[in-house]
Ligand binder design. Structure first.
Ligand code: BGC
Length: 762
């Protein structure tokens, strides 16, 4: 009976899905039948809102209004001003074929309520939490007129020199895939075919492999084999497609000598055919025009090739509206290619419900009620507590409330760095600073302590290049009016009066993110000078690290009593950091990127290959093996690492069977005990290693994780199911295979400290 009911229900769902699809098809057939060629090409054109971000009023002089009147604009992005967007939607509806605009924006880690930057979010290893951040962001964004978000950014990155490492989920493809799914569900809900008023369409970026930019230099070329790309980088993009992502953004880089925005292997063969993605693909900003700089051809040629390769929408290059008609006349592209791209964009608008009600996301009354609410901010604090990684603690933490602290350093009172990169929030300037958060719970004094950087030209670039790019005459205030030595002296004087020093150092927000690659990933010299002076006071010294990337911290690790990495923790950052420092919450974040000992080791990542002459991570130099004369092989802090105020002990893992058939599965069980004196979260990690395989395999690969809450003294058994899929990989022929033989199955608290059992696949 039960089976019959479920069959009936399944048939009903299938039937209604088909009916919905055909209704959409009929609608779009009819609409396209009435559209001119120019209007169809117009749908493929996306522009940034005039004034990007800052609210402008819609006038006939507005470039986008002129384009709309000519039927040459399908979407707009970059504004979260619901009144502006409402007005421009009205223009769209009364122009050309009267098709509503899709309205995009870089909503990356929250919107008006800012959550920790994505790399920080990933260190929570808490998928429900991450999904909920996307849910809240979708509500706030949709209340502000946005129906399409340029998130999740799922580029795997092994190189902390790349400033955009901050925007993604770290170095691991399995974890990245889980995060990608969680975010798609959070923004879009579970049904990719329709959207509620407070759900928005995602745009998964940057497709593909942007995070493998050579030498960590932004926009640089990518050299990867297909096999390495598939095994090491592609899973998050793939999982996002499986979760129903509505759109993708092509990346700036090339792959196999072809820019990604005209790469038919990436867009057509893999994304559409292999993974079944049926949404639309938009280029990154000006990426089509940049294909000329890549050396492929003039704007007409690259536009035609991009369209033929499967790129539907042109962001800011004007290549499609400028050249496709001519290319059609010359036979360089076919009418079908234009129709297909146009249809995909119209389908997205249909799914968003824009044909039914073009104003459904444009209700100014929602802003007041749903955006930057006390509940959302309280949630931001809760999230930020879970996204801090305790890197070192000799016992000084947690601090006792009432302790007199000196909060010093150039990051101590900087609201913008709490909000972090890609923040479109009107409230970013109100983000709670570290000093404010700490001063709310204990007697605290503040001193700036040091210059941000000793190299003033570099600092000027970090602080102002963004503004100067968009406004060449941007007035740049003098960088430092007080000499560095005086700042240090003031900080030391305050430190001497305090019981504990909290030094807040690292990167301001503009030192990471797009166009912010660094060749040196140590703490800036000026800040290290401050730390040395503070160290000399002999007072307990806690370093609070604000950063968007892994930094090389060997000196700090040797000289600080504790290091708490708080990243850019968002709107409520200062409060959430104080929660951890003073023991109201127990730190539980774990790294999702390896922290190298020095920049020379980069790229350094836990899931590397063994080489033919391997050398242990912590062993000293030896001739004729794979190592450095002047540095250990191992990282300072490995992937998966993060301390707690509790201690967790692990039993050896036990398998339900030591042999497995490719169609079967085994269970691996480990007992985890909170052997400390306070309650806390622990993320139990599962890794595998294929001992012998037809192609070389990484020494370790993450295949599962579980975050659990354990009371002090509590023990719990944690089980993972291992199937052939977990043991499979793309072989040399690019087939997804599980090869018979031995596998090491490892469990542990991080990627370095694991215990192992052997499993044989027959
Ligand atoms: C970035 C994208 C972003 C786009 C639109 C580009 O420069 O690479 O990540 O979504 O601009 O703002």
């Amino acid at each position: 009976m039960k089976i019959r009911i479920s069959l009936f229900l399944a048939a009903l769902v299938l039937f209604s899905a088909c009916r919905e699809k055909s209704e959409m098809d009929r609608y779009i057939d009819d609409l396209m039948g009435r559209m001119t060629l120019e209007q169809k090409i117009g749908q493929l054109n996306l522009h940034s809102a005039s004034g990007f971000i800052s609210a402008l009023r819609v006038t006939e002089e507005d470039e986008n209004v002129k384009l709309l009147r000519a039927g040459k604009l399908g979407g707009i992005y970059g504004s979260t001003d619901v009144n502006y967007l409402r007005d421009i939607q009205a223009v769209a509806l009364e122009s050309g074929a009267g098709i509503p605009l899709i309205m995009g924006c870089d909503i990356i880690h929250g919107h008006e309520t800012v959550f920790p930057v994505p790399l920080a979010l990933s260190t929570s290893w808490n998928m429900d939490l991450i999904e909920k951040t996307a849910r809240v962001a979708a509500k706030e964004a949709s209340a502000c007129g946005v129906n399409w978000v340029y998130s999740p950014m799922v580029d795997i990155c092994r190189d902390p020199r790349w400033g955009r490492i901050v925007e993604g989920g770290g170095e691991d493809p399995f974890l990245g895939g889980e995060i990608a799914k969680a975010m798609v569900y959070g923004y879009q809900g579970r049904d990719p075919g329709s959207f509620a008023d407070d759900e928005v369409m995602v745009c998964v970026k940057h497709y593909a492999l942007y995070g493998a930019a050579e030498a960590g230099r932004d926009y640089n070329q990518v050299f990867l084999s297909r096999q390495e790309a598939l095994n090491g980088y592609m899973r998050p993009y793939q999982q996002a497609a499986y979760a129903g992502a509505g759109s993708y953004m092509s990346s700036f880089n090339e792959f196999e000598g072809i820019p990604a925005s005209m790469n038919s292997y990436l867009m057509d063969e893999l994304l559409r055919k292999a993974w079944g993605f049926d949404g639309f693909i938009v280029s990154d900003a000006t990426a089509i025009a940049e294909e000329s700089a890549h050396g492929i051809g003039d704007l007409q040629e690259v536009s035609a090739r991009s369209l033929r390769a499967g790129l539907d929408m042109d962001m800011n290059s004007d290549g499609y509206i400028g050249t496709l008609e001519k290319s059609l006349q010359e036979g360089r592209i076919g009418k079908t290619e234009i129709d297909e791209a146009c249809r995909r964009i119209l389908e997205a608008k249909w799914k968003l419900g824009l044909f039914e009600d073009p104003y459904r996301y444009l209700n100014p009354a929602r802003v007041e009620k749903e955006v930057y609410t006390p509940e959302n901010r309280a949630f931001a604090r809760e999230v930020a507590r879970e996204c801090q990684v305790l890197l070192k603690n000799d016992g000084v933490l947690p601090l006792r409330k009432g302790t007199k602290v000196a909060v010093v350093g150039p990051l101590a009172n900087d609201a913008a760095s709490m909000a972090g990169t890609w923040t479109m929030s009107n409230h970013a300037g109100e983000s709670v600073t570290l000093y404010e958060g700490i001063a709310a719970v204990t007697p605290a004094t503040y001193a700036e302590g040091s210059w941000l950087m000793a190299d003033l030209a570099q600092e000027e670039n970090a602080r102002y290049a963004l503004y100067k790019t968009f406004a060449p005459n941007y007035p740049t205030p003098p960088l430092h009016t007080v000499p560095q030595q005086q700042l240090i002296a003031e900080a030391v004087a305050k430190a001497r009066q305090a019981d504990v020093i909290i030094a807040c150092v690292g990167e301001i927000a503009n030192m990471n993110g797009e166009g912010a690659s660094r060749s040196d990933i140590s703490l800036p010299e000026s800040q290290e000078e401050l730390l040395k002076a503070l160290r000399a006071t002999g007072k307990p010294l806690v370093m609070v690290l604000v950063t968007g990337r892994p930094l090389a911290l060997c000196w700090a690790d040797e000289n600080m009593n504790a290091i708490l990495n708080v990243w850019s923790p968002g709107s409520e950052g200062g409060h959430a950091v104080a929660d951890i420092l003073f023991g109201d919450a127990n730190p539980s974040g774990k790294l999702t990127t390896t922290f190298p000992r020095s920049v020379g080791q980069v790229p350094l990542y836990y899931n590397h290959k063994n080489t033919g002459r391997p050398h242990p991570d912590d062993a000293p130099y030896k001739k004729f093996v794979s190592c450095y004369l002047d540095e250990l092989n191992g990282p300072l802090y490995p992937f998966g690492y993060g301390l707690s105020y509790s201690d967790f002990t692990y039993s050896a893992p036990v398998l339900s069977a030591t042999e497995m058939t490719p169609g079967g599965s085994v269970t691996v069980t480990v007992e985890v005990t909170n052997s400390g004196s306070c309650d806390g979260y622990e993320t139990v990690q599962l890794y595998i290693h294929d001992v012998f395989s037809s192609s070389t395999r990484p020494v370790k690969e993450l295949k599962g994780f579980q975050k659990l809450f354990l009371k002090a003294g509590e023990s719990r058994e944690v089980s993972f199911t291992v199937t052939a899929d977990d043991l499979s990989y793309f072989n040399h022929e690019l087939q997804w295979v599980c090869e018979p033989g031995d596998f090491e199955i490892m469990t542990g608290t991080n990627s370095r400290d694991t215990q192992c059992v052997r499993l044989t696949v027959k």
